[in-house]
Each structure stands twice: as C-alpha cells, then as structure tokens.
Write a protein that binds this ligand. Structure first.
Ligand code: B12
Length: 218
C-alpha cells in the first residue's frame, strides 16, 4: 500500500490518529500541502461517500471519517495561509440552515484565507437572520453559502430573500457552492456566482470583486 492508500484507509476507518501521523510524515517528506489536501484527504471521501450511498456505511461511521479528515486539515491550515498577504476583500461564509456539512466549506475558508481574503466563518446550520446580521454589520463584500443537501437548497433562496428585505442584497455579492449545486441552479436561485471547488471559489471571489484572476473560471 502506498502512503495515499494508507491515508484513504485510515480516513475510511475513522482513525484520526493515523491520519494525522501519515499526513505529518508526508509533509515532512516535502509533499505539497495542496496535493495532500486534494489527492490525499478529499479523495479519501470518494469511497466513504459511495459506500454511504450504497448503504454499506452508516452515519456514525461517516461522522468518524469526517472527523479524521478535519484533524488532517488542521495540520494544513497554517501551511495554506500565506503570511503577510494584504487583505484582498472580505467574505462572510456559512453552511445554510438545516445543513450540517462543513468539510467542503472549511476547505473554501482555508483557501480564501490563504489567498488573502478576510473571512468570517459562521459555521453550520446558519439561520438567514444570522447571515443578515453579519453581512449588515461586518462590512463584508461577499456572502458565501454552502449547501450539500437537496433539502437545504431552499435555505439559499430564503437567505437571499432575507438579505433583500434588509436592503443588503444590492451591496454584497452572493457566492454559492456545494455538491448539490451547479452553475445553473446557483443562478436560478439568484446567486451572483458559483464555484465547484475551493480553488475556483477563490477565483470566483476575485472575479466578483473585480480583482485580477489567476486563471479563467471553467
Ligand atoms: C461527510 C458526509 C456527511 C457527514 C458531514 C460531516 C461534516 N462535518 O461535514 C455527516 C455524517 C454528518 C452527514 C450527514 C448527513 N448526510 Co451527508 N454526506 C457526507 C459525504 C460522504 C461527503 C461530503 C463531503 O464532505 N465531501 C467532500 C467535500 C470536500 O466536498 P464538498 O462538500 O462538495 O465541497 C467542495 C465543493 O462542493 C465546494 N464547496 C463547498 N461549499 C462551498 C461553498 C462555496 C461558497 C463555494 C464557492 C464552494 C463550495 O468546494 C469544496 C471543496 O472543493 C457526502 C457524499 C459525497 N460524496 O459528497 C454525503 C451526502 C452529502 N450526505 C447526504 C445525506 C442524505 C446526509 C443525511 C441527510 C443522512 C441522514 N440520513 O441523516 C445527513 C444530513 C445531516 C444534516 N442535517 O446536514 C447525501 C445528500 C443527498 C442530497 N442530494 O440531498 C450525500 C450526497 C450522500 C448520499 N449520496 O446519499 N453527511
């Protein structure tokens, strides 16, 4: 078994200690943290997700895998954040109400911070009124929302309606993402932007704020 196979196995087993040990070892050997994040940690969820969908894994097991991944991500966080970067813009982000998935959202947060954005993370299951209060007071330029469940999609729209009601919608850009969305659904829900992954979330934020982008959005 190569190191990634071992890492994927440890995530599958929810063995957080081994995940951290293996990740530390790979970083010490000089592995690029972004490669470790994408091919090591995120890719390990492929089998977890498939077996969950097929009924071979159950919720408590998936929770252990998710916890193991997040432990690995803590190691990468300081490495992905470039020190001394001037803030490029400000983003308030959260997973919408009724939805507790945050692995993807946390990766977006890490990447945005690494790219020099000021980011306030509201966490999971965020009520529209909390988005409104933060966006109204915190002078954020982008309100970013994550949604992973079909049933949590309506909360995207409800949050945008709440921003509208408070007169905030016109002065912020709304960026959305999450496995249950695509560009069409995002635009239909009334968002200004969508990105399918964390790297493109950074590019989308820059684009929404009129900053130079590193690569065109696909
Ligand atoms: C891990 C997981 C869980 C964990 C979550 C732990 C955590 N802390 O996040 C737990 C066990 C808690 C869980 C619970 C449930 N889950 Co779940 N879960 C998953 C699983 C296996 C992986 C999700 C994940 O983290 N993917 C990895 C990350 C990196 O990908 P991502 O989230 O898509 O994020 C990337 C992009 O989407 C994007 N992105 C994400 N957010 C944002 C935000 C912005 C602004 C932008 C621009 C981009 C962006 O960038 C990210 C990084 O590249 C998926 C299956 C799958 N393969 O997706 C099911 C899945 C999402 N869950 C599912 C279900 C049904 C549930 C439950 C309802 C199960 C139940 N019966 O209770 C509950 C719901 C709980 C709740 N109220 O939220 C379904 C959803 C189906 C649907 N269409 O609605 C899925 C698809 C599984 C399935 N096939 O059935 N789950």
């Amino acid at each position: 078994m190569n190191s990634f196979d071992q890492l994927h196995r440890a995530v599958y087993d929810g063995d957080d200690r081994t995940v951290v040990e293996l990740a530390e070892g790979l970083l010490t050997e000089g592995m690029d943290p972004v490669h470790l994040l994408n091919q090591g940690l995120i890719a390990s969820l492929d089998k977890v997700g498939k077996d969950f969908a097929d009924g071979r894994l159950f919720l408590p097991e998936v929770m252990l895998s998710a916890h193991a991944i997040q432990e690995g991500m803590h190691l990468l966080e300081p490495l992905l954040a470039e020190a001394g970067v001037e803030p490029r813009g400000s983003v308030v982000i959260g997973t919408v109400k009724s939805d507790q998935h945050d692995i993807g959202k946390n990766i977006v947060v890490m990447m945005l911070r690494g790219a020099g954005f000021r980011v306030k993370d509201l966490g999971i299951d965020v009520d529209p009124e909390v988005f409104v209060a933060e966006a109204g007071e915190g002078e954020y330029q982008v309100v970013a929302m994550s949604a992973l469940l079909t049933t949590s999609l309506p909360w995207l729209e409800k949050t945008m309606q709440a921003l509208e009601r408070q007169g905030i919608r016109d002065r912020v850009k709304v960026l959305v993402g999450g496995a249950v969305l695509d560009a069409d659904k995002a635009l239909a829900a009334g968002a200004d932007g969508y990105a399918p992954d964390a790297a493109r979330a950074v590019e989308a934020c820059k684009e929404l704020l009129g900053l130079p982008t590193d690569s065109p959005c696909e």
